[in-house]
Design a protein around this ligand. Structure first.
Ligand code: 7GP
Length: 842
């Protein structure tokens, strides 16, 4: 439908264009107007929630104007766009970010104060948008921020889960999951009830042959579910550019079907149909680095991928270009293998619906897609059973088989008589049942594949995807080391440090746009006033966290103590068990000391946070042990300030914004070779904390940038892991003596029922210690001693911190996005000045 206003009437539109508030008076007026009209309340019943709502709406009005302009500009410029497909976007809160990016946070602060509110309290009213599990989802959120801030024409596509990641409660030391119903009031989304796509499932395939003998497949029958678009504006920093994140929500496809049931009196079953359709986007799967192969998950994947591709193709078709130009207009990035069906869906659209030849279509597909791998853990590599795919997506399975056939034929031509390689690289695993290997499909259907840190990219080239490097050549596999947005992870989370840095490197709008400018800080490393201010900022951030800990746990922690933090998803490979065993060892040592000796020990607060997947028994035991240790240690009168152990409940993005700036030391201690990158390691160093870590993921590049004198590395190397594991199983493997002491203490019941922790102990002693906890224990303890000694020399410590921050510029997600744009997408920024005249159609 052509909905464009005809020329003669446009003058009235232009005259009345929305503009949003300008200055404090207008801001206040808008807030009051939204309270009184949009919310239908008044100054006699305006609580902080209402003030949050009205403030958000006032800023949203401003955002929407730039958002519309950006979309128009992109449409007119008709340049190549990037589409970032991710099942997870871990966005956190939006208001503070909107204020920063629109500008006028100061205006809001003083305006809200006039109206009787503190801006900090208002910001805290917002629920986190927690549509993600951990690193993968938060990376997607940082990338959206950078894409907008760098003026790239880009869209995100995801699912609008009604329930994000569960809320974690700790009850009697155990994790309990509570649903996260976050959509009660969400001013940041715009339902587009006119943008819908009907998505087909199940059914069967019919083939027809036309006069020329050409065979066409038709996918018929089955169920239909409707996808409805919800749009979320993504503002860039210090640019008017505002991109779009489109999240799909599932609904019953309305039709006579329902009415028939309704009229025949079968009201209940028509409601049941409705609910079944809504189930698809109802809940985020709460697994991090684990694939469970559930049918509903596959439905989610196809639903989202099919709706997004329909949208992308619809937009391309408006340009009336020939199909071969599709890859000049469209780059699609697959965030891990979750959206891999997009490859098959695009091929299906091109051959079945648009009538292209297989080869022409396949060229277009390969030139369009790129794939990012985020893990080498075997349990996380997606596979779907052939039977399930056949049942749910019969036509797609045929296409997958054809893709595989043509691929294996080409491999055979290059490696004649090499049966071995054929079965190794086949997209179909000939197991019982047969499985579709999604990563292989993603590689074959993309023109570039990347890992997320140097070691990880090397590992995928030499281990899990080795054969594909042989087949496609090394250039297809590249590295793009992860990054983080300095807007949220420095300026918003740590305004004190950001302001202090600004005094030395010249204004936030400079270094938040070009993080390498931080290197100017090194000139001030010996400036006494600067160092003093630096220490004050850190102490204030620690005090803020101490206050938070007091109100949420009741425990008092001393902000002078070394704050040692490990916050991330709980996973055996991330080794929170190594950390808590180390804490127990420290506790035993303290207990064995005289009171005088204890007074000389540098005080420490060990802080943990993170969720366990609800079905991950061992991870839940780890949480229970941490909480049990916390209870014993914190209530032991012998110990006092020398050691406190804190578990922060329900770790999420907004809590990270309080925790990260308060750390002196953070732990990134995965078994070498298992953590693809890690991104919180970057956040902690950028906020003036040091790291204890293994030679894994991005720790390695952080070390290269900041210097090895500024990081506490320990443990075995990735190249030795296989041999050590082999030796555990076949050699005689003795537990580290220090660790034996820890296990004895647990066995003696010091931390409650032994039964609960037996699993963690036997994992090390009896089941091959797959994660090398015992092998790395001694080195870990020694390195922690070194940390204590270094922290005692505060002057040297501060030098290390300032120096490290000054060298962290590389880890901005802006650098990452520019690398993707150049190496993988071949897209250019679209400067806001490239304007378009508001005259022509939409
Ligand atoms: C994570 C990796 O574990 C983490 O090391 C990395 O920094 C992050 O991705 C971003 O690249 N992976 C996941 O969160 C995950 O679930 C399996 O990967 C799909």
């Amino acid at each position: 439908v052509e909905a464009s206003i005809p020329e003669p009437q446009r003058e009235a539109w232009l005259k009345n264009q929305a503009s949003g508030f300008k200055g404090k008076d207008e801001f206040e007026k808008e807030v009051v107007r939204h309270v009184e009209t949009t919310l239908a309340r008044s100054m006699f019943n305006c609580d902080e929630t209402a003030a949050y709502a009205a403030t958000s709406l006032a800023f949203r009005d401003r955002l929407v104007i730039e958002w519309n302009r950006t979309q128009q500009r992109q449409t007119f410029a008709d340049t190549k766009r990037v589409y970032y497909l991710s099942l997870e976007f871990l966005m956190g809160r939006a208001l503070d970010n909107a204020m920063l990016n629109v500008g006028d946070k100061e205006v809001a602060k003083s305006g809200l104060s006039d109206l009787g509110f503190r801006i900090e309290d208002i910001i805290q009213q917002e629920n986190d948008a927690a549509l993600g599990n951990g690193g993968l989802g938060r990376l997607a959120a940082c990338f959206l921020d950078s894409l907008a801030s760098l003026d790239y024409p880009a869209w995100g596509y995801g699912l609008r889960y009604r329930y994000g990641i569960f809320k974690q409660e700790i009850i009697d030391g155990y994790q309990v999951e509570v649903p996260d119903y976050w959509l009660d009031f969400n001013p940041w989304e715009f339902p587009r009830h006119d943008v819908t796509v009907d998505i087909q499932f199940y059914g069967y395939v019919k083939k027809t042959t036309d006069d020329s003998g050409k065979v066409t497949a038709h996918w018929e029958g089955g169920d239909t579910v409707r996808a409805v678009a919800y749009d979320v504006p993504i503002p860039g920093y210090a640019t008017p550019a505002t991109n779009n994140l489109r999240l799909w929500s599932s609904q019953a496809a309305s039709g006579e079907f329902d009415f028939q049931k309704f009229n025949s009196g079968d009201y209940e079953s028509s409601v049941a149909d409705q609910q079944r359709a809504e189930t698809i986007s109802a809940v985020l799967y709460p697994n991090d680095n684990l694939d469970r192969g559930k049918e509903l998950r596959l439905k989610q994947q196809y639903f989202w991928v099919a709706a997004s591709l329909y949208d992308i193709v619809r937009r391309f078709k408006k340009s009336k270009r020939p199909w071969r130009e599709f890859p000049d207009q469209v780059a699609i990035q697959l965030n891990d293998t979750h959206p891999t069906l997009a490859i098959v869906e695009l091929q299906r659209i091109l051959i079945d619906l648009e009538g292209l030849d297989w080869d022409d279509a396949w060229n277009i597909v390969q030139q369009t897609f790129c794939y990012t791998n985020h893990t080498v853990l075997p349990e996380a590599l997606e596979k779907w059973s052939v039977g399930l795919v056949q049942h749910l997506l019969p036509r797609h399975l045929q296409i997958i088989y054809d893709i595989n056939l043509f691929f294996l034929q080409s491999v055979e031509r290059s490696f004649p008589k090499n049966r071995e390689i054929l079965s190794r690289v086949s997209i179909i695993e000939e197991s019982q049942p047969k499985m579709v290997r999604m990563a292989y499909l993603a590689i074959v259907g993309s023109h570039k594949v990347n890992g997320v840190a140097e070691l990880h990219s090397d590992l995928i080239r030499t281990t899990i995807f080795k054969d594909f490097v042989t087949i496609f050549g090394p250039d297809k596999f590249v590295n793009v080391t992860n990054g983080i947005t300095p807007r949220r992870w420095l300026h918003q989370a740590n305004p004190g440090l950001s302001d202090l840095i600004a005094t030395k490197v010249g204004g936030p709008e400079l270094f938040l746009k070009d993080l390498t400018l931080l290197n100017k800080l090194e000139l001030s490393v010996n400036d006494p006033a600067f160092r003093k201010a630096w220490a004050e900022v850190k102490l204030a951030n620690k005090q803020r966290l101490a206050d938070y800990i007091k109100t949420t746990t009741g425990y008092t922690v001393n902000p002078i103590a070394l704050f040692d933090v490990q916050v991330k998803r709980i996973h055996e490979y991330k080794r929170q068990q190594l950390n808590i065993f180390g804490v127990i060892y420290r506790y035993l040592k303290l207990k064995a000391m005289t009171p005088e000796e204890r007074k000389k020990v540098p005080p420490r607060v060990s802080i943990f946070g993170g969720k366990a997947a609800p079905g991950y028994w061992m991870a839940k035991q780890i949480i229970h042990l941490i909480n049990s240790v916390s209870k014993v240690v914190n209530n032991d009168p012998d110990i006092g300030d020398a050691l406190k152990v804190i578990f922060i409940e329900d770790y999420n993005v907004s809590k990270a914004e309080i925790i990260v700036p308060a750390s002196d030391l953070s732990e990134h201690i995965s078994t070498a070779g298992t953590e693809a990158s890690g991104t919180s390691n970057m956040k902690f160093v950028l906020n003036g904390g040091l790291i204890i870590g293994t030679c894994d993921g991005a720790n390695i590049e952080i070390t290269r940038e900041i210097g090895e004198e500024n990081i506490f590395l320990f443990g075995n190397l990735a190249e030795d892991v296989d041999d050590l594991r082999h030796n555990h199983t076949y050699g005689d493997h003795k537990t580290d003596p220090g660790l034996d002491q820890v296990f004895d203490a647990i066995h003696s019941g010091t931390f409650g029922s032994v039964h609960d922790f037996q699993g963690m102990i036997s994992a090390v002693r009896d089941h091959g210690d797959y994660y090398l906890v015992s092998d790395d224990f001694h080195s870990y303890l020694e390195t922690q001693d070194l940390v204590d000694k270094s922290y005692a020399d505060q002057e040297l410590w501060i030098t290390k911190c300032i120096t490290s921050v000054s060298r962290m510029g590389f880890f901005s997600s802006d650098r990452c996005i520019n690398e993707y744009a150049e190496m993988m997408w071949n897209v250019e920024p679209l400067q806001p000045e490239t304007n378009i005249g508001t005259k022509k159609g939409e």
